[in-house]
Write a protein that binds this ligand. Structure first.
Ligand SMILES: NC(=O)c1ccc[n+]([C@@H]2O[C@H](COP(=O)([O-])OP(=O)(O)OC[C@H]3O[C@@H](n4cnc5c(N)ncnc54)[C@H](O)[C@@H]3O)[C@@H](O)[C@H]2O)c1
Length: 424
């Protein structure tokens, strides 16, 4: 099997996760260069992968101005920084692993898809749910006909109160003008997975939702701007940053790395970040504007209907799904534990379906799964059905853009008209 060479662009949280695949599977992937402005992160990747000095760059423009020297690039920069490096990499003929969202601009999503198709390169969008054993199993059961024709789906993305506070109130995806609206940043995975499971086109969308709770007017009286400044409400507040980052999740690499910007920070570094950085702020006093709850209704071809709910106010991070077919119902939960149950209307039986719980790897095994699929695609050994063409990823992003348009305008959105409108 040919080893795939790749250039990492953006050595933040996601870049570190994807590139770690090369350490565990050196026969499949090699990180041959890195572009990252932050010295600590760039050096971290350089040391982990033994990258020579002249293959370490401080910005994507430097590495993509050179003649092509690897099979692929992994673009793991922030949401608004995907378009330019993606277009430059396509121009050079690189295959791309591209973090979601493709872009916060619907037009740019379509432009990337068109450019990739014209050049004949693969752009694999990190819709990691497709590569989990949970959703693969559900797809397999639907395609087997075990529940007959799919008629309705109820799907929930349970964000988790602490995850909302971390990423969407204090963190990188708190403000839609700086990153993306919630339905794109968080839930483009869900619109994509729903379309993949159904395998048909979405025709219409409507949506409601708002930022109800994490607002200045909900701050208790006389509380400081930062939790670490002796907030008298701390013991009554589920969102207290001191309790969370310095005690409960002190050793959680996801949170500690985001808060401090370094891998494996000391307690002093976390304390310093809570005094001065964005993650120490009171959740009621941030510059956030993304919604904390949203519902989306979708009508697909063949009269299939879907309701999707995203909410911050759940105890854990997980997803629940119920798929109702003409011959049976399929229910599942994907989180720390996974379960799938199939009800057969004819035999009136209930069957628990085995679903492999990954020993390691985030997103229910999807982070490792996508890397395996990406390497196999590039070395010609891919044989599954999870990977999607960039055109499908871009089309499925339109569902998120259309839902946001509906939420803001109060209108039902016709997807075909909406897609035409964004390109006009
Ligand atoms: N697929 C998923 O499930 C999933 C989960 C979380 C985040 N994401 C997405 O992944 C992307 C990255 O998120 P993250 O949490 O890793 O962010 P991050 O901020 O930790 O990492 C981004 C990195 O890009 C670097 N960077 C900035 N300018 C650069 C330049 N000119 N050249 C090269 N690198 C540059 C930054 O210094 C930073 O290290 C985002 O778009 C996010 O929405 C996807």
């Amino acid at each position: 099997m040919k080893k795939v060479s790749t250039i990492l662009i953006g050595a933040g949280a996601r870049g570190i996760i994807y590139s770690s695949y090369a350490i565990k599977h050196p026969d499949e992937l090699q990180v041959v260069a890195v572009a990252e402005p932050d010295d600590f992160r760039r050096n971290y990747i350089k040391d982990k992968h033994g990258i020579p000095d002249d293959m370490c760059f401080s910005a994507w423009k430097e590495v993509l101005s050179l003649p092509k020297f690897a099979d692929s690039v992994m673009i793991c920069t922030q949401d608004k920084m995907h378009y330019e490096p993606a277009m430059a990499a396509i121009e050079k003929g690189y295959h791309i692993l591209l973090e979601k969202p493709i872009s916060p601009s619907p037009r740019e999503c379509i432009e990337i898809a068109e450019a990739a198709n014209a050049k004949g390169v693969n752009v694999v969008v990190c819709h990691v749910l497709r590569y989990t054993s949970f959703f693969s199993k559900i797809k397999e059961i639907i395609d087997s006909g075990a529940i007959g024709d799919v008629v309705s789906i109820m799907h929930s993305e349970n964000v988790g109160f602490y995850h909302q506070a971390h990423s969407f109130v204090r963190g990188n995806w708190r403000n839609s003008r700086e990153s993306s609206p919630m339905i794109l940043a968080k839930s483009c995975h869900d619109t994509d997975i729903i379309q993949w499971l159904i395998g048909k086109e979405c025709l219409k969308i409507s949506s409601f939702g708002s930022l109800k709770h994490f607002r200045r007017e909900n701050a208790p009286e006389n509380t400081p701007d930062r939790c670490i400044e002796g907030c008298r409400e701390a013991s009554r507040c589920p969102y207290d940053a001191v309790k969370f980052y310095l005690r409960e999740e002190k050793n959680n690499p996801w949170f500690s790395q985001a808060v401090t910007g370094v891998v494996g920070p000391s307690e002093e570094q976390i304390e310093e970040a809570l005094k001065n950085g964005p993650y120490g702020r009171c959740v009621y006093k941030c510059d956030n504007d993304v919604v904390d709850h949203q519902v989306v209704n979708m009508q697909f071809e063949d009269d299939i209907t879907v309701s999707f709910t995203m909410s911050a106010f759940t105890p854990q991070i997980d997803r629940t799904i119920k798929i109702m077919g003409t011959k049976g119902e399929l229910g599942g939960k994907m989180g720390k534990e996974m379960s799938i149950v199939l009800h057969d209307f004819l035999t009136k039986t209930e069957k628990k379906i085995e679903c492999e719980l990954p020993a390691s790897g985030g997103h229910g095994g999807g982070d490792v799964g996508i890397m395996k699929a990406f390497c196999r695609l590039l070395n010609g050994n891919y044989s599954s059905n999870a990977l999607s063409d960039i055109s499908i990823s871009a089309t499925n992003h339109m569902l998120s853009f259309a839902a946001e348009e509906s939420r803001i305008s109060g209108r039902v959105i016709d997807i075909k008209e909406f897609s035409k409108f964004v390109m006009s």
